[in-house]
Design a protein around this ligand. Structure first.
Ligand SMILES: [Fe+2]
Ligand SMILES: [Fe+2]
Length: 174
């Protein structure tokens, strides 16, 4: 099945955004690693891997739809942050942007009456719900424990395993 050129272009834009998310998260992980926030460094490097799988899902989708996935050049991401909390604020903001982009993509697919692409995008809709919950949960920790050095240290330590904790909690509530 050949997808429309409009959808091909929109998905290629999304590939570009996912690719920049990969590097953004590696840059955040790298800053954390340099700064001594080892738990968060682990977290961000894993997060970068996840974004890479998102990117590949779109790449495979286009290539299998008789279209061409374009692998983009990427701008250098922000490399310095003022605090651990600010990296997570930037991450949440980026995820909120992605949620909006995915919603826009769904709208384009619906307008084009492209049911296969709409269905393909459903996975990303639930993925974005999870991504936003994850970052909100992390930011909440700063509200609960505070921003003193010891509190931030403890938050950082908890981040190495936060993904599995949050996911486990959600499995129960589902
Ligand atoms: Fe993503
Ligand atoms: Fe994401």
């Amino acid at each position: 099945m050949r997808i429309s050129s409009k959808i091909e272009k929109a998905i290629n834009d999304q590939i570009s955004y996912e690719a920049s998310a990969v590097n953004t998260y590696i840059a955040m992980g790298s800053w954390c690693e340099r700064t001594g926030y080892d738990g968060s460094a682990t977290f961000f490097f894993e997060q970068a891997n996840e974004e890479n799988t998102h990117m590949l899902k779109f790449v495979h989708y286009l290539n299998n739809a008789e279209a061409e996935a374009i692998i983009p050049a990427i701008e250098k991401p922000q490399s310095k942050f003022s605090s651990l909390e600010s990296t997570f604020q930037a991450a949440l903001k980026s995820e909120q942007t992605v949620t909006k982009l995915i919603n826009d993509l769904v709208e384009i697919a619906e307008k084009e009456k492209d049911r296969a692409t709409s269905l393909f995008l459903q996975w990303f809709i639930s993925e974005q719900v999870e991504e936003e919950i994850l970052f909100q949960t992390i930011l909440q920790k700063f509200e609960i424990y505070g921003r003193e050095k010891l509190a931030v240290y403890q938050i950082d330590q908890s981040l190495a395993s936060i993904r599995s904790q949050v996911m486990a909690k959600k499995q129960i509530s589902r």
